[in-house]
Write a protein of this length. Structure first.
Length: 451
C-alpha cells in the first residue's frame, strides 16, 4: 500500500469537500496507518502550519460527523510545499524520494497536459500512480493527446481516471441487482425493457462554480462522464469477473455499440437549455447569465438531454435517455428502468395497469419496484410499490476511490480507451450544438425544465 499522497491543487474545493473527508474516513476505518503522509501543493504561499489549520477547518465543515481522532490524524500527517504544477523543477522537488507515491491532480482539465509533462520530466519513483479527476480532456482530440502523454509517464494500470459515481453504493447495486438475482437477468433486454432513464436533476443553481462550469456546461460536466458510466453498468454484458480487465472491457463494449448520432439525430433527440430567473423554495435565483463569473457569450447550457440507442443483440429497440439539469424545481437523481406492458389483461378487470418500473435512487440512495396488484374493490387493478432500505456505506465515494488508488485496485477507474469512446459518443452533439442546430432554450429556475 502506498503511504504518500501528493495533491496538486490542494487548497481547492475538491480537496476541501471530498478528498480530506475521504482520507479521514479511511483513517477511521483503519485503512490508513501512522506512516501515511499527505503533501499538499499549489501556488499558495503557505507553510505547513497554515495548511494544517486550513485542513482542520475544512474537515470540521465537511467531515464533522467523522471521529475527531481520525480528523486530527489526517491533519497531523499533512505538510505543504508551494509549487507551480507546470514547472518540472517545482514538481520534482515535491515528488522527490525513493518510495512510490500517488499523485492526485485536483486541477482544471486544461492543466492536465502541462502537469503530466512536468511529472514526466520529474521522473516519478517506480510504482507510483497518477490520479485524474473527470473530465478527462476537453474533447476527443485532447483526450487522445492526454492519453499519449500518460502512456509515456506510467503504465496504463497506474493511471486512475476517477469518477466518484462509480464508487456510490447504489451505482454498484445497478450491476449487482442484475447479476446476483435470477429474477432480473432473464428480463434485462429489449424484449422486456422499453426505456431506461438516467437522470441527475438538481435544485441547486451555479453555487459559485462559474470558473469551471461556464466552460463545461451540463453535457460535459455530467452526461459525458457520470451518466455514460451509469449507462455502461445498466447495458453491459455480464463480465466473467469484476476484475479490472473484464469489467472495463465490457464497459468499452457498450460505448462502442452506441449508435453514432447524425446531425438530424441531434436535432430530434437532444435538448439544451439554461435557467432564467426564478424562485426555488423560499429564495430568488438570478438568471444563469447574471450569475457572477458567467460569460453570456459562451451560451453554456445548464440542462442537457440526449436520447441514445445501442446497436446490440440485447438492446435493439430500447431507448436510453440521459438528462441532467440545474436549478430545477425537483431534485431527482435516479436510474429508472421502464418495462414494456404485459401483452394481455384478463377480460372484465377494471383499473389502469401501468408498466413495471424499477428505480435505483442515487441521492438519496434507494431501490423501488412499481408493480400492479388487486385493489380494494373486486376485479380491480391497483398499483403498489416495493421498496428497500439501504444501509449507509462504511466509506464515502471518495474514500473508496482513494483506497483503490493507495492499494492498487484500478477496477473502478476509467481506462484510456474508455475515456476516448465516451468522448466519441458526445462529439456529434457538441459539434451540432456549436453550430446552433439545436436551439438554446430557457426555463425558469424552480420549474421542471424546458417545455
Amino acid at each position: 500500500m502506498i503511504d504518500r499522497l501528493v495533491i496538486f491543487g490542494a487548497t481547492g474545493d475538491l480537496s476541501a469537500r471530498f478528498l480530506l473527508p475521504g482520507l479521514a474516513a479511511l483513517r477511521a476505518e483503519g485503512h490508513l496507518g501512522d506512516r501515511f503522509q499527505l503533501v499538499g501543493s499549489d501556488r499558495s504561499d503557505w507553510d505547513d502550519g497554515q495548511f494544517q489549520s486550513w485542513a482542520a477547518s475544512q474537515l470540521e465543515r465537511h467531515g464533522g460527523g467523522l471521529p475527531t481522532d481520525a480528523r486530527k490524524a489526517v491533519v497531523a500527517s499533512a505538510r505543504f510545499q508551494r509549487a507551480d504544477v507546470t514547472d518540472s523543477a517545482d514538481v520534482a522537488s515535491v515528488v522527490a524520494g525513493d518510495d512510490p507515491l500517488a499523485v492526485y491532480l485536483a486541477l482544471p482539465p486544461a492543466l492536465f497536459p502541462s502537469a503530466v509533462t512536468a511529472l514526466h520530466r520529474a521522473e516519478l519513483p517506480a510504482g507510483s500512480r497518477i490520479v485524474l479527476e473527470k473530465p478527462f480532456g476537453e474533447d476527443l482530440d485532447s483526450a487522445v493527446e492526454l492519453n499519449r502523454l500518460l502512456a509515456e509517464l506510467v503504465p496504463e494500470e497506474a493511471v486512475y481516471r476517477v469518477d466518484h459515481f462509480l464508487a456510490m453504493t447504489t451505482v454498484a447495486n445497478v450491476l449487482s441487482a442484475r447479476l446476483a438475482n435470477r429474477v432480473l437477468e432473464p428480463l434485462w433486454n429489449s424484449t422486456h425493457i422499453a426505456e431506461v432513464e438516467i437522470v441527475w436533476d438538481e435544485d441547486l443553481a451555479l453555487e459559485g462554480r462559474a470558473g469551471y462550469y461556464d466552460s463545461a456546461g451540463a453535457l460535459k460536466d455530467m452526461v459525458q462522464n457520470h451518466l455514460l458510466q451509469l449507462l455502461c453498468l445498466v447495458a453491459m454484458e455480464p463480465p466473467v469477473s469484476l476484475g479490472e480487465r473484464d469489467l472495463r472491457d465490457r464497459k468499452v463494449d457498450v460505448l462502442r455499440s452506441v449508435r453514432p448520432l447524425t446531425d438530424d439525430d441531434v436535432v430530434h433527440r437532444t435538448r439544451r437549455a439554461r435557467y432564467a430567473a426564478g424562485r426555488i423554495d423560499d429564495h430568488d435565483v438570478p438568471a444563469y447569465v447574471d450569475e457572477e463569473g458567467v460569460d453570456p457569450g459562451r451560451r453554456t447550457e445548464t440542462f442537457a438531454e440526449v436520447e441514445l440507442e445501442i446497436d446490440s443483440w440485447r438492446w435493439s429497440g430500447t431507448k436510453f435517455l440521459l438528462r441532467s439539469g440545474k436549478a430545477l424545481g425537483t431534485d431527482r437523481k435516479e436510474v429508472t428502468v421502464r418495462f414494456r406492458p404485459v401483452p394481455h389483461i384478463p377480460f372484465g378487470h377494471g383499473g389502469e395497469v401501468l408498466p413495471n418500473v424499477l428505480r435505483f435512487g442515487l441521492e438519496p440512495e434507494g431501490l423501488a419496484l412499481d408493480l400492479t396488484g388487486m385493489g380494494p374493490h373486486a376485479r380491480t387493478f391497483a398499483p403498489f410499490t416495493l421498496t428497500a432500505r439501504m444501509d449507509p456505506p462504511d466509506l464515502p465515494p471518495y474514500g473508496r476511490l482513494l483506497l483503490d488508488v493507495l492499494t492498487g485496485d484500478p477496477a473502478l477507474s476509467i481506462r484510456g480507451d474508455e475515456a476516448e469512446e465516451a468522448w466519441r459518443v458526445v462529439t456529434p452533439v457538441l459539434s451540432a450544438w456549436e453550430r446552433d442546430l439545436v436551439p438554446l432554450q430557457e426555463y425558469p429556475a424552480g420549474s421542471q425544465g424546458p417545455s
